[in-house]
Design a protein around this ligand. Sequence first.
Ligand code: UDP
Ligand code: MG
Length: 307
Amino acid sequence: MKVSIVVPCYNEEESIPIFLRESKKVLETMQLSDFEFVFVDDGSKDNTLNVLKTLVENDKCVHFVSFSRNFGKESALYAGLEKATGDYIAVMDADLQDPPALLPKMLAALQSEGYDCAATKRVTRKNEPVVRSFFARLFYKIMGFLSDVPVVDGARDFRLMTRAYKNAVLALLERNRFTKGIFPWVGFKTKWFAYENIERVAGKTKWSFWKLFLYSIDGIIGFSTKPLAFSALCGIMSILLSFALIAFIAVRRIAFGDRVQGWASLVCFITFFAGLQLFCIGISGLYISKIYTEVKHRPIYIVKEER
Ligand code: UDP
Ligand code: MG
């Protein structure tokens, strides 16, 4: 029985050696027949690739894939899962925010409790900026309402899965990959483990507020078509409103013989509906842009070097 650990790395030169040391300590206590690490260098600009090359020289359980440029964590995960050969495959961040100490319990859930996947979520958002926590919570609320798959608040990408689960994830060939949606979408039986938020050991987070915002839009567009229905609904509501207004103005004209009035209200209506129209066109545009990137069928990642 072999366990593979897939680790996406972007500028993680400091974290990788610490991560490897700490995770190995845990794996060695687990009585596994074999284990391997698949590091994916996602076009790092620091010394990550050299660090990985040295590790591969000295340690036969270490492998790596290095991308030609930064393709994003989602692509790195895909490449790592493809390369992993274990019976059980774990996905972990390089910064030790995903505690390796959980691995034995997660493996037990898969081996003896009949689960196909062990997933993790953090129960606290301690040490996180307040504004970010607020918007993160808001995102999960909106996502919960819009999406067809359950996206769990605080879910991490840290998971241990069976080979069948991994193959199901790899079978989803979309270019716009939103892992937080893909994992629940494939189904299977998942057991959740909760833990407190942990600070990264070294380096800094790659997620700016703006990047997170765009990522959340990707998630909504990728896993829900409700915004499209919403724009159609806006159209219908406007038509109904216009009927009511027509009736109102006609009655007022016939019954009271009113003169033409209402320059201000006219301007308000025009600007409001011009805005609403552009907003709805924008929603359609977002979906079209996703179709555009999908139909081009570009590869999910490009490998420069692997070992
Ligand atoms: N990562 C990556 N490609 C990217 C950004 C991040 O492979 O473009 C990796 C990163 O090296 C880390 C993991 O994804 O191992 C999570 O990133 P990070 O710790 O910055 O995110 P956070 O934990 O702050 O959400
Ligand atoms: Mg992190």
